[in-house]
Design a protein around this ligand. Structure first.
Ligand SMILES: Cc1cc2nc3c(=O)[nH]c(=O)nc-3n(C[C@H](O)[C@H](O)[C@H](O)COP(=O)(O)O)c2cc1C
Length: 186
């Protein structure tokens, strides 16, 4: 197996991080991997907001909890009511991934960029997790305020986040893969 395939297979969602910040060049390498993702009509319709301020991340977590308690979904309600749960798992770096509303397929472009960044992180030995729950933070009344504070361009919608940090431990348990989801026409 080559390096690329190893990174794809070894990547796991990391939910426990060391407090040490990742290096600037590691962060830049990961962002660069995002920029090189494919995108519909090559629109590159993503925008990445890097947050390393723990007060801001805690505030976003608190707002997720507030909104989540009233979402019509048992899992979201449960984590929103769990005092110990932190939407970003106390990771030292979070990237908010936003897409340009004017593009053709911004959510798909953003997903491609996100997966590139997760694999790049793994290749550098850095833990990461895709945080779809972050969507709820930006679905609240405060969404417009947050977009201003976080400097997210006007036409962009925050879709999800990525947590990044050094792993507290190696994750060896691979969630079961459904390897039969394939068919061939020959
Ligand atoms: C669209 C999407 C949203 C996700 N949202 C979250 C999330 O909010 N929180 C979380 O801990 N994991 C989230 N995950 C990670 C999945 O739970 C994880 O990828 C899945 O359980 C498989 O585990 P693995 O990533 O270790 O292979 C998300 C993954 C995707 C693709």
């Amino acid at each position: 197996m080559n390096e690329t395939l190893r990174s794809i297979q070894n990547r796991r969602s990391c939910r426990e991080y060391l407090t040490a910040q990742i290096k600037v060049d590691e962060l830049e390498t990961i962002l660069q991997a995002g920029f090189y993702a494919p995108s519909a009509h090559n629109e590159q319709s993503w925008h990445f907001t890097v947050i390393q301020n723990q007060n801001t991340l805690n505030e976003l977590n608190n707002d997720f909890k507030e909104v989540g308690k009233n979402v019509d979904d048992n899992f979201i309600k449960q984590v929103a009511n769990d005092e110990k749960f932190h939407i970003f798992y106390h990771s030292p770096t979070v990237i908010i991934v936003s897409g340009d509303q004017k593009a053709i397929l911004p959510q798909v472009d953003c997903a491609a960029a996100t997966e590139n960044m997760l694999i790049a992180a793994e290749s550098l030995g850095i833990g990461s997790c895709w945080i779809g729950l972050a969507y709820w933070i930006f679905s609240s009344d405060k969404a417009a305020d947050y977009k201003k504070v976080l400097n997210i361009p006007e036409a962009f919608i925050p879709y999800h986040a990525i947590t990044l940090g050094y792993k507290k431990s190696e994750m060896t348990k691979v969630p079961e893969r459904k390897l039969d989801k394939i068919n061939y026409i020959k």
